[in-house]
Design a protein. Structure first.
Length: 581
């Protein structure tokens, strides 16, 4: 690949690399992810710098991975003897191509898709973009093969101009971002190993995950100085089953689930209120009862879980909030069921049964303590259940664990057990009250302002990347007690938990997203905007990299002479040659 792109200008290099990466069917959860990693490693080892330093490109297999997936690393050292290091990272995998329908065979062919969409009159914006020639289509075009291409081209750029690199660049490509984040999680100990062996100071990690317009005709290029976290709060709901001929004597878990969903799903009042940020409310991802076939018995139990973004909140705060909502929901259901039953008795003149409408609400942590007090060993049950249901996907295994705990309880009363299941992503963001974070933000803003003046682009800083990203796993804000509040409410954390909290805390790497620009990520109309992504973004990352690598020394200089001047770069930009300095 190097021979093909060596004489190209920067934008042409990125376009060629992007097309080559799109052509690889690197769908999440397939061997294509390993094939993409092999290609990336092959590209890197073809660079003259790495031919001279072959030991500075390596792969790290994901342990016990059925698809042979791996992380790819490359270490580029500047001419100065420095431990200051900036990480370039991006994810290898894409989502599937089923949504392309009859165009499925062309989902990885940007030129064929551009030709098709140029005559696609059913969506005028897509057709206009295709006709302009300024957009590249194809699965992974924006999420995020173009992001890998930008990083590869910048690694090549600095390898050819080592005198302009006042520190080190560590390139990292990771699989499985679209699912369980196995790539970045496996990379955490490797990043710690490199830090210890080379005494690296990781200044920041720059991700190129895609950015997109936030509203119609929005041309702002957003830079995100952090990544949102995610929880998956789950509700195991156990009712009181009855024959439909006695339906008013039952407690239907579906009614409880519906009331919880009504109160939680898309409830904007549950979303954090952070000025200027795109903050999303919780949303229901799964709701169903556990009847497997038709009969005339009401459901015994129901499963329910929600996608819940974390910005500044902790898992403990979310658990407290959801327990409160669950209590209110169950009290409402209790009152409704009781009223219905009383009205039924009035109409039928039947004698009143001795029924309780009480629905217990409890966290998993609290419920396990209750079971222990009754002489039951929940930990043994959890271990046995995980083994018994190892064929199920992780969320269903967690539900089965909680279900088996409920079956052990001699008091078979209606209840809602609230717990967490995978995935869990920490939040990683800059805190303005922290001096180091403030200084880092200042350095980045100065670099961005230089590019804005040169290019005429409008940039805006946001605190949280609005989608999930691997950068979440590079830093940890929670205290030990706050983490414990999460793990104790996660069934079998010591069995299936995969997040190395202490290793992440030791790394403490700020995550900055300077993304490729495009539209319709995860849709069949996915496309990346070439003028910005291939021309402007590379120089933006170059300038930011140099500013970051110089800032550490300048911090020392400030102590000596109170100076805050950075090296100044002069830009020239055009659509043929890109932006250079």
């Amino acid at each position: 690949m190097y021979e093909k792109i060596s004489q190209m200008k920067m934008p042409e290099r990125i376009e060629a690399l992007t097309k080559a990466l799109i052509n690889i069917k690197s769908i999440n959860g397939t061997v294509g992810e390993a094939a993409a990693a092999d290609f990336i490693k092959e590209v890197l080892t073809g660079f003259p710098y790495f031919k001279q330093h072959p030991d500075q490109v390596w792969e790290q297999p994901i342990p016990s991975d059925p698809y042979g997936r791996k992380n790819v690393f490359a270490l580029l050292k500047g001419t100065k003897d420095s431990q200051k290091t900036v990480i370039y990272h991006a994810h290898i995998d894409t989502v599937g191509i089923e949504d392309f329908g009859p165009l499925k065979d062309d989902a990885l062919e940007p030129d064929k898709l551009a030709e098709y969409f140029a005559s696609y009159s059913f969506h005028q914006e897509v057709q206009k973009d295709a006709q302009s020639g300024e957009w590249m289509f194809g699965r992974g075009s924006v999420d995020m093969q173009s992001g890998i291409a930008v990083h590869l081209a910048n690694v090549l750029y600095f390898s050819e101009l080592l005198d302009e690199l006042p520190g080190n660049i560590l390139f990292m490509a990771n699989p499985d971002e679209e699912s369980q984040h196995a790539g970045i999680l496996s990379a955490i100990p490797e990043l710690n190993r490199l830090q210890k062996e080379h005494q690296f100071t990781y200044l920041s990690a720059i991700n190129t995950d895609f950015i997109t317009p936030l509203y119609d005709n929005d041309s702002t290029r957003y830079i995100y100085t952090g990544a949102a976290g995610k929880l998956l709060p789950c509700f195991y709901i156990y009712g009181r089953e009855v024959h439909v001929g006695d339906t008013l004597a039952g407690i239907d878990p579906n009614l409880i689930a519906s009331e919880l969903t009504r109160r939680i799903h898309n409830n904007i009042n549950l979303a954090e209120n952070i000025d200027g940020e795109l903050i999303l409310p919780p949303s229901c991802l799964y709701q169903r009862d556990n009847k497997e076939a038709y009969n005339v018995q009401t459901a015994v139990s129901s499963y329910l879980y929600f996608n819940y973004f974390l910005y500044e909140k902790t898992a403990k705060e979310v658990m407290d909030q959801l327990l409160h909502i669950s209590l209110e929901a169950c009290e409402h259901v209790e009152e409704k069921l009781s009223d219905y039953y009383e009205e039924f008795l009035k109409r039928t003149n039947l004698p009143k049964k001795d029924l309780s409408w009480h629905i217990q609400v409890v966290s998993l942590e609290e419920y396990m303590e209750e079971l222990r007090a009754k002489g039951i060993d929940p930990d043994l049950s959890i271990k046995e259940t995980f083994k018994k249901y190892e064929h199920l996907e992780l969320r269903m295994r967690c539900f089965k664990v909680v279900e088996e705990l409920q079956k052990l309880d001699p008091e078979q009363s209606a209840k809602v057990i609230v717990f967490y299941a995978p995935p869990y992503l920490p939040h990683n963001y800059l805190k303005e009250e922290n001096n180091n974070d403030r200084q880092l933000l200042s350095v980045i803003k100065e670099a961005v302002e230089k590019v804005a003046v040169s290019t005429g682009e409008t940039f805006a800083f946001k605190k949280f990347f609005p989608y999930l990203a691997d950068g979440s796993f590079l830093s940890l804000h929670e205290t030990d007690s706050e983490i414990a509040s999460f793990t104790k409410n996660f069934p079998g954390w010591d069995i299936i938990g995969s997040i190395p909290f202490e290793d992440i805390r030791q790394l403490n790497i700020p995550s900055i997203n300077m993304g490729v620009y495009g539209k319709d990520g995860h849709k069949w109309t996915e496309r990346v905007y070439k003028p910005y992504t291939f021309h402007v973004l590379p120089a933006l990352i170059q300038q930011t990299t140099v500013h970051l690598l110089e800032s550490d020394q300048l911090t020392t200089d400030r102590k000596k002479q109170n100076s805050s001047e950075y090296k100044t770069y002069t830009y020239s930009c055009d659509h043929d040659n890109g932006c250079v300095y």
